[in-house]
Design a protein around this ligand. Structure first.
Ligand SMILES: C[S@@+](CC[C@H](N)C(=O)[O-])C[C@H]1O[C@@H](n2cnc3c(N)ncnc32)[C@H](O)[C@@H]1O
Length: 230
């Protein structure tokens, strides 16, 4: 897998561990959004979003190909990637907006908390974590009210091509009445170059798209989400 010159290199996809507070901000989630019906988190990664939202009464299922590993392997990987991500941020401080997080240390503390909660929850409730991989999900049409997709689509646009993005978003829209994807830039903060074509192809399939500005911006320029309804 080659990475274009001039971009910071994150290696393989990270198994990051975002808590509910970050999901709320990235996706402008209200309690009504969380409680209106089943929610899919794909990719779930090491996020504690699902565990925390379920504690509020939400019905959340997390999907990620890495869930085929054992809980102990997942806990180790999430913690390792949390520290890798923190190191990357420390080397690229100017690429981030320091309002949601006060400092690199604050970010690390926040994500370590997410990683720990995730590690506990997957042991206590393995039935809420499904090993599967976009662009094919093992769910019936319209099973979820809302699907959330954070930091896979667009983030890794250097290694996931246009057809993958189209198929993955189409699949999320097949299983959920509404899809929210964030961010719309890659990990080097470059806007997704084929957004107009992608939206036109989704429109051809009867899937309406809207780009909404959100109040959360940690990675510079990452303040928009894509919303799909069908
Ligand atoms: C950066 S993490 C994001 C996790 C979580 N959404 C968050 O924001 O903390 C990216 C995740 O995408 C997962 N992933 C990679 N390829 C995937 C695919 N084809 N379908 C679903 N998930 C995938 C990886 O295993 C990894 O856990």
């Amino acid at each position: 897998m080659s990475v274009p010159a001039g971009r910071p290199h994150l290696g393989q996809t990270m198994m990051s561990a975002r808590p509910l507070s970050e999901y709320r901000a990235m996706f402008e989630l209200t309690d009504d959004d969380l409680l209106a019906g089943p929610v899919l988190d794909c990719p779930g990664g090491g996020a504690s979003f699902a565990a925390e939202a379920r504690a509020l009464g939400a019905d959340v299922l997390s999907v990620d190909p890495l869930y085929a590993a054992t809980p102990a392997e997942l806990a180790d990987r999430t913690l390792l990637d949390t520290h890798r991500s923190s190191d990357f941020i420390g080397e690229n401080l100017e690429r981030y907006v320091w309002t949601f997080f006060r400092s690199q240390g604050h970010h690390l503390e926040h994500r370590r908390g997410g990683a720990q909660l995730f590690a506990q929850d997957i042991v206590a409730h393995p039935e809420h974590y499904v090993a599967a991989e976009l662009p094919e999900l093992p769910f019936e049409d319209g099973w979820f009210r809302l699907a959330l997709s954070s930091h896979l689509l667009f983030t890794y646009a250097d290694r996931l091509d246009f057809e993958f993005h189209l198929a993955a978003l189409g699949e999320l829209a097949r299983v959920a009445s509404e899809v929210r994807a964030y961010p719309l830039v890659d990990y080097g903060a470059h806007p997704y170059p084929e957004m107009d074509q992608l939206r036109a192809r989704l429109q051809d399939r009867g899937i309406a798209t809207e780009i909404r500005v959100v109040s959360y911006e940690f990675q510079r320029g990452a303040n928009r989400m894509l919303v799909l309804t069908s």
